[in-house]
Design a protein. Structure first.
Length: 68
């Protein structure tokens, strides 16, 4: 990732998303979910980072044009 184009995402650096999983049963947890759907454990303090997924629908922005 270079400084000049850190917002364009042409290199794909901003296309990865981390999946959160339950520490107890490794079930993927959706945002806002308070109880694991796999083991019914509370998600407070019971989450860990799972795998990194590549999002093919991540936006790619063009260069901004300056107006002076």
């Amino acid at each position: 990732m270079c400084y000049q184009c850190s917002q364009c995402n042409r290199c794909g650096r901003f296309s990865y998303k981390t999946v959160l999983v339950c520490k107890t049963c490794n079930t993927p947890i959706q945002a806002g979910q308070h109880v694991c759907s796999g083991c019914n454990a509370s998600t407070i303090g019971n989450l860990k980072a799972g795998e990194m997924l590549f999002d093919t629908h991540a936006p790619v922005r063009g260069k901004r044009e300056r107006s002076f």
